[in-house]
Write a protein that binds this ligand. Structure first.
Ligand code: AMP
Length: 216
């Protein structure tokens, strides 16, 4: 199963990608996680990417394209993957199509989660992320058992710099400018499943599962 998950920041892409990855037994490939891990390791890619990420801007294609292609070519992606946060521009879509053609495969479904601007700001300003395993919580809607501590690994929870309100606004604008045209292109191609992203995690998952299909 090869699925692309799209949606504005805070639409629940990461959460749904993890659930789909468990359901189909294929890896969750998140371009944001690849970049954050490079930033933590202070690799050359991470050092370059950090300044864009801190401002809520897209990391330039020359930094991200190769990293995602390399990940998709790893053996665990041979049976499929859930792609979260990539592609975000028409140029990235072109690069992905070329990579998939080289791998002699193609995307089964593109899912776009819709959530209002107000809901995104409410979700992201309360989001807390585990420094160790990347699990995410919400201080009101999905609090950890012990404040500030991850339920899964006891790691420390923190607020991502790019979840501060002014950066969230910048990320939403970037989404409207760069990614909304790509969603429109997928709609035209007939691959797009538009799913209401408001509701409980399981409820949204069921909506997605009722729409995605594996192509022969
Ligand atoms: P995310 O975790 O998907 O919200 O991504 C966090 C940040 O990483 C974004 O605001 C961008 O700065 C960067 N990023 C993630 N994926 C991409 C991508 N496909 N293209 C460019 N920048 C990206």
């Amino acid at each position: 199963m090869r699925v692309i998950l799209m949606g504005p920041p805070g639409s629940g892409k990461g959460t749904q990608a993890k659930l789909l990855s468990q359901r189909f037994g294929v890896p969750h490939v998140s371009s944001g996680d690849l970049l954050r891990s490079a930033v933590r390791r202070k690799s050359p890619m991470g050092v370059q990417a950090k300044k864009y990420m801190d401002r809520g801007e897209l990391v330039p294609d020359d930094i991200i394209l190769g990293a995602v292609e390399e990940r998709l070519r790893e053996s665990d992606c041979a049976r499929g993957f859930i792609l979260d946060g990539y592609p975000r521009t028409l140029a990235q879509d072109g690069a992905l199509s070329a990579t998939l053609a080289r791998m002699q495969t193609r995307i089964d479904s593109v899912v776009s989660l819709s959530v209002s601007r107000e809901e995104v700001v409410k979700r992201l300003s309360g989001r807390r992320t585990c420094r160790e395993c990347g699990a995410s919580y919400h201080i009101i809607f999905d609090p950890p058992r012990n404040p500030g501590i991850c339920n899964q690994c006891n790691g420390e929870l923190f607020q991502r710099d790019d979840d501060q309100e002014d950066t969230v606004m910048a990320r939403l604008e970037v989404y409207e400018r760069n990614t909304a045209p790509l969603v429109a292109a997928y709609r035209q191609s007939g691959l797009l499943c538009e799913v209401d992203g408001v509701g409980g995690q399981e409820q949204v998952l069921e909506r997605i599962l009722s729409r995605v299909q594996q192509r022969e």
